[in-house]
Design a protein around this ligand. Structure first.
Ligand code: EPU
Length: 419
C-alpha cells in the first residue's frame, strides 16, 4: 500500500490543469447502459472509482474500451445483475439501477454499505423508482427492481438532509425511456446533474429544467449513441484553490468553470485571498493575513460538503475562531482528529467544527479515512513544518487524478512511497 510524504513549506507557483469531473463521469458512464449504440465519453479522469464503474459495466455485458481520458462503451446486450464483490467498492455503483430499470425493466444489484462519511441510505432513489411503477424488494443485501411497465409520474426527491444528487440522476435515467411525463420536484441542482441531463439529451432524451429544482422528462422510445465531453471537476478545482490559499504565491487553475465555483470563490475572498477569474481559469494569491469564517454546507448552489474538509485545513491557520457546519453529511468530520494530531485546535459538536486558528501546523503520521478528508490532510501538510506522512492513500486516488504530480509541478514536494 502506498503512502504519501508531504514535505511542508514549499511555495506553489504556476498553473494546474483540472481533470474531468469524477461525479459527472460516474453517472454518465452508467447512462451508456440506456442504448445499444456506442457512446464515446471524453474527459474521463483516470481514477480508481472510474475503474470500478467500468468494471461493473463490463460485468453487465458492455464492450468497454479505454484510452487516455476517453471511454468508449457499447451496451448491445446487457444483463441486469451486479454482485456485492463489484458493487461494495464504490457507493456510486447504485447509479446503474436507474438505467437498468429504464432499459430492461429490472435490476438486481447488491446494496453498497454505508461509509465513513455517513449512513448513506438510498430510500429516496427507491421511492422514485416506485413512483415510476417499479416493485422494489430489498433482500439478502440486494435491491431488486421489477416493472412490467414503467410510466412517467411525479416524484419528490427531498429527504431529511435535503435533496439527493445520485437519487435525482437515477430517477432521471429511469424516466427517459418511460412513456408519459415525469416531473422531479426538489431535484438536485448540481452541475453534475445538468451534465448528465445534457448527455441524455445528446442521446435523444427530452429533458427540461435540469439545474433547477423542477425537472420535466418526456419519455422517448429509444436513445442513440453519442460523443460527449464531461465538465471539469469543480471539487478538484476547489481543492487546488485551497492549496493555493494554504501554500501559494500565485496559483492558477485552468480548464475550470468559474460559474460552478461561486460557493468556493466567495468564502476564499472573504478569508482575505485575491481571486481573479477569466474564461476558463481562476488565479488565487494571498492578500494579507487569513480571516476566520463561518461556513455551512448545503446542496448546490450552496457551499459544497465535498469542500468542507479542505476548508477546515485552511481555517486551522486563520487566527481567530472559525465555525463549519455540515448539514449534508453531519458525520463527515473524520479529518478533525487527524488535523488535531498536526496541531490544529478543533472542537467537534456534530454537525459543527469549531476551529481556533493558531497558524501553526507540524507534520505527523496521519491516516486518510475518505477521499476529501485525505485531501485535507495533504493540504495541511503543504503548510506544516516538517513531513506529513499520509497512510491509506488509496482514498485520495479514488477522486484526484495524479494530485501529487500536479502539485509537484507547481513547486510542492510530495513523495509517494511503498509502505
Ligand atoms: N440521502 C438520503 N436518502 C437517499 C439519498 C441520500 O437520506 O436516498 C441523504 C444522504 O445520506 C445525505 C444527503 O441525503 O445526507 C445527500 O446525499 P446525496 O444523495 O446527495 O449524495 P450522493 O448523491 O450519494 C453525491 C456525490 C458525493 C457528494 C454528495 C453531496 C457522487 C458520486 N457523489 O453523493 O461526493 O458528497 O453527492 O453533494 O456524485 C465525493 O465526491 O467525495 C462525494 C462523497
Amino acid at each position: 500500500m502506498d503512502k504519501i510524504l508531504v514535505h511542508g513549506g514549499h511555495k506553489l507557483n504556476g498553473t494546474v490543469r483540472i481533470s474531468g469531473s469524477k461525479n459527472s463521469a460516474l453517472p454518465i458512464l452508467a447512462a451508456t447502459l440506456l442504448t445499444r449504440e456506442k457512446c464515446v465519453i471524453r474527459g474521463v479522469p483516470d481514477l480508481s472509482d472510474i475503474h470500478y464503474m467500468l468494471t461493473i459495466l463490463s460485468h453487465l455485458g458492455c464492450d468497454v474500451e479505454r484510452a487516455s481520458g476517453v471511454a468508449s462503451i457499447k451496451a448491445e446486450t446487457i444483463r441486469t445483475e451486479a454482485p456485492y464483490d463489484l458493487v461494495r467498492k464504490m457507493r456510486a455503483s447504485v447509479c446503474v439501477l436507474g438505467p437498468l430499470l429504464g432499459r430492461e425493466h429490472e435490476a438486481n444489484v447488491s446494496l453498497p454499505g454505508g461509509c465513513v462519511i455517513g449512513d448513506r441510505p438510498i430510500d429516496l432513489h427507491l421511492r422514485g423508482f416506485e413512483a415510476l411503477g417499479a416493485a422494489v424488494r430489498v433482500q439478502g443485501g440486494n435491491v431488486r427492481l421489477f416493472a412490467p411497465t414503467l410510466r412517467g409520474n411525479s416524484v419528490n426527491m427531498r429527504g431529511t438532509h435535503g435533496t439527493t444528487v445520485l437519487g435525482t440522476d437515477n430517477v432521471m435515467m429511469a424516466a427517459v425511456l418511460a412513456p408519459g411525463v415525469t416531473e422531479i420536484h426538489d431535484a438536485a441542482e448540481e452541475p453534475e446533474v445538468v451534465d448528465l441531463a445534457n448527455f441524455l439529451i445528446a442521446m435523444g432524451a427530452k429533458i427540461e429544467g435540469a439545474g433547477t429544482r423542477h425537472i420535466v422528462i418526456e419519455g422517448v422510445k429509444e436513445l442513440h449513441g453519442t460523443d460527449y465531453t464531461v465538465i471539469p471537476d469543480r471539487i478538484e478545482a476547489g481543492t487546488m484553490l485551497v492549496a493555493g490559499a494554504i501554500a501559494g504565491e500565485r496559483l492558477t487553475v485552468s480548464r475550470v468553470r468559474a460559474d460552478h465555483l461561486g460557493a468556493v470563490i466567495e468564502p476564499l475572498r472573504a478569508a482575505g485571498f485575491h481571486l481573479e477569474t477569466q474564461d476558463s481559469t481562476i488565479t488565487i494569491s494571498p492578500n494579507g493575513s487569513i480571516k476566520p469564517l463561518h461556513l455551512e454546507t448545503s446542496p448546490y448552489p450552496g457551499f459544497p460538503t465535498d469542500m468542507q474538509a479542505q476548508m477546515c485545513a485552511l481555517l486551522v491557520r486563520a487566527p481567530g475562531v472559525s465555525v463549519i457546519t455540515d448539514h449534508v453529511f453531519p458525520q463527515r468530520f473524520m479529518h478533525v482528529a487527524e488535523l488535531s494530531r498536526m496541531g490544529a485546535q478543533i472542537k467537534l459538536q456534530h454537525p459543527t467544527a469549531i476551529i481556533t486558528g493558531n497558524g501553526h501546523l507540524s507534520g505527523a503520521p496521519v491516516m486518510a479515512s475518505d477521499l476529501r478528508a485525505s485531501a485535507a490532510l495533504l493540504l495541511a501538510g503543504l503548510a506544516a513544518e516538517g513531513v506529513t506522512e499520509i497512510n491509506r492513500v488509496y482514498h485520495i486516488d479514488r477522486g484526484y487524478e495524479q494530485i501529487d504530480e500536479k502539485l509537484n509541478a507547481v513547486g510542492a514536494k510530495i513523495e509517494r512511497v511503498k509502505a
